[in-house]
Design a protein around this ligand. Structure first.
Ligand SMILES: Nc1ncnc2c1ncn2[C@@H]1O[C@H](COP(=O)(O)OP(=O)(O)OP(=O)(O)O)[C@@H](O)[C@H]1O
Ligand SMILES: [Mg+2]
Length: 360
């Protein structure tokens, strides 16, 4: 992957508090749809603002296409930022809003008009070019904000929770549109979100942030299948966690003594420390009425919730010790006619190979 945006050991300190961004290094390639994901206050916006030139790093270096960005003012950087709460000018029509981005950089009028119309076509708003923002839907307004950022043809488009103000259905549509737009334009998008489903479904790679630091970087699949820590495992998708202690190493496997599961041998890379977490994704579980035989990990519980989702059925068991175990069963006919019912006692079981051993 050829590096386009390079973030090298960047930190940002506001006053004496612990740093908002703490020694972050990331390489983002051309043509990537990169997502920054993490809980509120973990430093996502601050990092974007430093890339955009709206905030100065306390330490570290940022380069775009090999060019050092330190000292380059925001309006001279080959990047554009679409804000968390999109600001479009209410007194200008759609076309004028989009042209405005080019006015600031001094493009001639004829060129402004042509490029603005091209960009509006890209976001499917050409028909509404003369509308006032007040006559647009939320999704249309968001597309105006996008068009205004795109019209300058930045090398990197930064999007700070661009879809958070939209309702679920519109957000879905806009996610797909963003992905198509990114593929068609071929430049890099960096999107900030605290919605893990959004990150998983649209990003080529994701950085999970925690307390100003990057916890893990990987493709959606890598983060989901091989989370490096309990934090990442819990943040990306649903997961069942069991506290455990390492008791032995046998061949390639580690043997753990886990709460409610007993002795379990697992063959995944072993994290440091003796106290670990065993983890298994809900879709790896089977639910049976009879106690399963053979080499499986199993736990019994009372069915507390059954959620019918159409393509899957989610079943939550509560164990005698009060732990909630979540199973996601594909609706592929395997369920037969009878779904588990609330109040029944059922066994959840899975293959030892489906377990992960996680450190903190
Ligand atoms: N201008 C500022 N002055 C002082 N502290 C700030 C400033 N901007 C951000 N911070 C602090 O830096 C930390 C990171 O903030 P940031 O806005 O980057 O978080 P975020 O990950 O974008 O969160 P959210 O998901 O809520 O938008 C927070 O603790 C915040 O209070
Ligand atoms: Mg933010």
């Amino acid at each position: 992957m050829s590096g386009l945006l390079s973030i090298q050991a960047v930190s940002k300190r506001f006053g004496d508090d612990r740093p908002a961004v703490d020694d972050v290094s990331l390489e983002i390639g051309r043509n990537e749809f990169f997502a920054l994901l993490g809980p509120s206050g973990c430093g996502k916006t601050t990092l974007l603002r430093m890339i955009a030139g709206l905030e100065t790093p306390s330490a570290g270096r940022i380069t775009i296409d090999g060019e050092d960005m330190i000292g380059v003012p925001a309006n001279r950087r080959p990047v554009n930022l679409v804000f968390q709460s999109y600001a479009i000018f209410p007194h200008m029509n759609v076309l004028q809003n989009v042209e405005y981005g080019l006015m600031v950089v001094g493009a001639p009028k004829a060129e402004r008009r042509q490029r603005a119309m091209e960009t509006l076509e890209l976001v499917q708003l050409a028909d509404l070019a003369r509308r006032a923002p007040g006559q647009l839907s939320g999704g249309q307004r968001q597309r105006v904000a996008l068009a205004r950022a795109l019209v300058k043809r930045p090398k990197v488009l930064l999007l700070d929770e661009p879809l958070s103000a939209l309702d679920a259905k519109l957000r879905d549509t806009m996610q797909t549109e963003l992905v198509h737009l990114q593929r068609r334009l071929g430049f890099s998008f960096v999107i900030v979100t605290h919605d893990q489903d959004e990150a998983l479904s649209i990003a080529t790679r994701i950085a999970v942030m925690r307390d100003g630091r990057v916890s893990q970087v990987g493709t959606p699949r890598e983060l989901y299948e091989l989370p490096a820590s309990r934090f990442v495992a819990e943040f990306i998708g649903r997961i069942n966690l069991f506290d455990a202690r390492l008791v032995a190493t046998e061949g390639g496997a580690v043997v753990c003594d886990a709460d409610e599961l007993g002795r379990v041998a697992v063959t995944t890379p072993r994290p440091a420390g003796g106290v670990v977490t065993l983890a298994v994704r809900p879709e790896r579980l089977r639910i049976t009425a009879a106690k399963p035989a053979g080499d499986v990990v199993k736990v019994a519980g009372v069915v507390g919730d059954v959620t019918y989702l159409g393509d899957a059925v989610r079943v939550a068991l509560t164990t005698p010790q009060g732990r909630r175990v979540l199973a996601s069963l594909p609706n592929d006919g395997r369920l037969g006619e009878s779904l588990p019912e609330i109040g029944q006692t059922r066994w959840a079981s899975w293959a030892p190979a489906d377990m992960l051993v996680l450190g903190d």
